[in-house]
Design a protein around this ligand. Structure first.
Ligand code: GLN
Length: 531
């Protein structure tokens, strides 16, 4: 039977709850326990798939094709485990399921209510994650801030789980902000005290408080929080601001955070193996080179919209002891006539990541032309690959009207077209081509050099595909389709030989990159850019 750790947040959002949850999970895993992670998002959308990246940041796609919150990306990068549909639960999912059961008559005449029906559904999701994962410990993060109306049913469900299972099987971590007041130059614990009062009024007594602050709390402040919040002083864990998020697990480890959890669970404190992680920190703290990579997209104002791509670039940089400075290029600015030479003056590689809709497309295509003509290493991801193909068709093959049906429904030369299986779909949510699909790689190509094997699986999230009617003419002009999904004959990778590095993939490699193990496509892109 699994044990359950719950991570809540107080005072403000954006405290790094996801990183706290991931760090604790990493530490418990490093002691030889199987961990699984889960996030509750109290919004009414069934999943973030239909939300604008400006609202929500990137949508992280799991191997089983679930569209999930970006915190799951942190989880996977920290614990290096594949998560799945049980890992991201929203209010929308809970209510859909309860209403479906009600319509089926499953409740046998009962009046269906928030307590117990909604809370039971939430509790089942927690237990389901424990059972299906076979984990020793499941860590569940609750999105939002304590006191939000939206999250109340979730908090009530956790209270009930705590009550049912008791202290040996449940552990509550509450993360709060301890602000520094300039002038009097001191840290203030009052917001933490009030947040814990709020949490206790909902029936939950925290077992650990993680305090986010610009500097560490002294003994006196910890004693004060301990006294007001009825918690041992040692259970207050400093989470001081860091430059590099991968440092955080080590900071928690040094304060014994994972041992406190194991102690309460009555689990053996096996020796932690953090060798690989410490090696990573040593590398990230001592990067002795740097290069600029341009990321061209339309959501660049919000860097979280490209979180996994940015992380993947950094991971590949670590391998070469190189700091990656991202030049965030707004594709609309390129459209409006910005001087590309100036924009890319210091750029050593250009990446065009995924995206949806027509806005900014021509600017991305301009950037691709610039990369191809000036032989700047290029990596196109999903939309980026589709645009590289359009660019090649227009400017090398002379198919001037080449486009994607996504941007022009009546386009005469649809080199990118709607996938056949998408044609009769009406609902937008959860209906893209999602998750893992096979890809066969042709030997003797850049892609094969990268992966060093013929059969791979990568994660997808798209509705459009390369139109095979154009394959022959593009191949004749030199484009190589080096990766194919054989079941559907769908192009997965396209590359241009004779260049320093020019490759695009229909899938999203960024979801599989890890800080200690960068993804082969990012590896070769960064390697070429450094050269
Ligand atoms: N908009 C494109 C499609 O749906 C690309 C999607 C993406 O980049 N994730 O096919």
């Amino acid at each position: 039977m699994a044990k359950y750790v719950f991570v809540t947040g107080g005072v403000v959002s954006g405290l790094g709850k996801g990183i706290t949850a991931s760090s604790l999970a990493l530490l418990l895993k490093s002691r030889g326990y199987k961990v699984f992670m889960q996030k509750f998002d109290p919004y009414i959308n069934v999943d973030p798939g239909t939300m604008s990246p400006f609202q929500h940041g990137e949508v992280f796609v799991t191997a089983d094709g679930s569209e999930t919150d970006l915190d799951l990306g942190h989880y996977e990068r920290f614990i290096d485990e594949e998560l799945n549909y049980t890992s991201n639960i929203t209010t929308g999912k809970i209510y859909s399921s309860v209403i479906e059961k009600e319509r089926r008559g499953d409740y046998l005449g009962a009046t269906v209510q928030i307590v117990p029906h909604i809370t039971n559904e939430i509790k089942n999701k927690v237990y389901e994650a424990g059972i299906t994962s076979g984990a020793d410990i499941v860590i569940t993060e609750i999105g939002g801030t304590i006191g939000d109306i939206e999250s109340q049913a979730f908090i009530e469900a956790l209270r009930q789980i705590g009550n049912e299972k008791g202290k040996e099987d449940t552990f509550f971590v509450h993360t709060t902000l301890v602000p520094f007041i300039y002038g009097s130059d001191e840290l203030k614990t009052k917001p933490t005290q009030h947040s814990v009062i709020e949490l206790r009024s909902l029936g939950i007594q925290p077992d650990m408080i993680v305090t986010r602050s610009p500097i560490a709390l002294d003994n006196h402040l910890k004693s004060k929080i301990a006294l007001y919040c009825s918690i041992p002083k040692e259970h207050i864990i400093d989470s001081v601001d860091v430059k590099n998020i991968y440092q955080i697990p080590i900071n928690y480890y040094n304060q014994g955070a994972d041992e406190i959890i194991l102690e309460q669970f009555g689990m053996e404190k096996k020796k932690a193996n953090l060798k690989e992680w410490k090696k990573l920190i040593d590398v990230t703290d001592n990067l002795d080179k740097e290069i600029e990579i341009a990321l061209v997209g339309k959501y660049v104002e919000l860097h979280d919209a490209y979180l996994s791509v940015a992380e993947s670039l950094r991971h590949a940089g670590y391998k070469y002891h190189t700091k990656i400075n991202i030049n965030w290029v707004d594709s609309e600015m390129l459209e409006q006539g910005a001087d590309l030479k100036k924009v890319f003056k210091n750029t050593k590689g250009i990446i065009v990541p995924g995206g949806f809709g027509e806005r900014g497309i021509e600017g991305m295509i301009k950037a691709i032309t610039y990369a191809r003509e000036n032989d700047i290493p290029f990596l196109g991801i999903c939309l980026g690959m589709q645009l590289a193909v359009i660019e090649f068709a227009r400017n090398v093959c002379g198919i001037k009207e080449a486009n994607s049906r996504e941007f022009d429904d009546v386009c005469p030369e649809p080199v990118i077209d709607l996938m056949a299986e998408q044609k009769n779909i009406i609902n937008m949510g959860g209906t893209l081509r999602l998750g893992n699909y096979d890809c066969r790689i042709q030997k003797g190509t850049l892609a094969y050099d990268d992966y060093k094997c013929e059969h791979i699986k990568e994660r997808h999230r798209h509705r459009y595909e390369f139109n095979n009617e154009y394959r022959e003419i593009l191949e004749k002009k030199g484009l190589v389709f080096s990766g194919i999904n054989e079941a559907s004959n769908l192009v997965e990778i396209a590359e241009l030989p004779g260049k320093k590095h020019f490759i695009g993939c229909q899938f999203h490699p960024e979801f599989k990159s890890r800080p200690t193990k960068c993804h082969p496509l990012f590896d070769s892109f960064i390697k070429a850019s450094i050269k």
